[in-house]
Design a protein around this ligand. Structure first.
Ligand SMILES: Nc1ncnc2c1ncn2[C@@H]1O[C@H](COP(=O)(O)OP(=O)(O)OP(=O)(O)O)[C@@H](O)[C@H]1O
Length: 251
């Protein structure tokens, strides 16, 4: 099992209503899992607990069977905004985490070249973020996340600021990257169609506090295309998920 939450309880302050209580769930290595739920239900908090930005209060989080407090660099986070430094070239932006980790310059350059070729941005290596479109910047941001070397990627609404067509292209692109790199991906989105198109499994948060997430498997092969979204069972799945979210909003 790549990731396991065991009876995790969490609240932001002692006088606040708990966000999750005795939450247990697991994610298998190589899975693409989306987390959906009403705004403010705690999706990002799950990521913050995994990457250690919030301290665990009760319960245990395991990665590859070992508590996260004993480990480093087991996950890498990609936010909604690209957070690229405008004064650094694309190459220098991508190399930053390796620079900080003390990776030798020649090795940095080699890995950067490889990953930029894979994400389709080789010719932009010496350009600056201002020269790139929103979608390209998110590709660079993804490349930087990949180069952290972590096996688990936490993507928090990475495409939500992009226009519709770019978003559709980026979704197809992300599936290709997932097939290529065999990473475990946890993906937060507000968009049910995006979750269905990308994921093997969808976790739905419906309560506050929540102690479990309903897990829904998407009945599509890993290799899929947008026409699959028209299949009756997929249209039906989308409607069922929207229904669950609407009910949870009223809680
Ligand atoms: N640092 C914090 N201190 C106190 N409360 C917080 C903090 N961060 C988040 N919250 C509250 O906890 C709740 C859950 O936040 P979280 O960001 O996990 O939700 P979310 O499901 O990711 O929301 P959204 O879909 O709107 O991004 C929200 O009500 C938020 O106001």
């Amino acid at each position: 099992m790549m990731l396991e939450f065991k009876n995790v309880s969490f609240r932001y302050a002692v006088d606040e209503f708990p966000m999750m209580e005795n939450l247990s769930f697991s994610v298998e290595a190589g899975d693409f899992v989306s987390i959906i739920g009403a705004s403010g239900c705690g999706k990002s908090t799950i990521f913050r607990l995994i990457n250690g930005l919030e301290q665990l209060q009760e319960g245990e989080i395991l990665v590859n069977g070992r508590p996260i407090r004993e480990q480093k660099q087991y996950s890498a986070f990609m936010p909604q905004k690209d957070l690229l430094f405008p004064w650094r070239t694309i190459e220098k932006n991508i190399c930053l985490p390796m620079e900080l980790a003390g990776v030798p310059a020649a090795e940095q350059a080699k890995r950067c070249k490889e990953v930029l070729a894979q994400v389709g941005l080789s010719e932009y290596m010496k350009k600056y973020p201002k020269d790139l479109s929103g979608g390209m910047k998110q590709r660079v941001s993804f490349a930087r996340t990949l180069l952290s070397g972590a096996d688990m990627l936490l993507l928090d609404e990475p495409f939500s600021a992009l226009d519709y067509l770019t978003r559709v292209e980026m979704q197809e692109w992300l599936l290709e990257q997932w097939e290529h790199y065999h990473k475990t991906i946890l993906f937060i989105t507000h968009d049910v169609e995006e979750a269905v198109f990308l994921s093997k499994k969808i976790f739905v948060i419906q309560d506050r506090p929540f102690s479990s997430m309903e897990m829904v498997e998407v009945p599509l092969p890993a290799h899929r295309d947008r026409n699959d979204l028209k299949k009756p069972e997929i249209v039906d799945l989308k409607e069922r998920l929207i229904g669950k979210l609407r009910r949870s909003v009223r809680l």
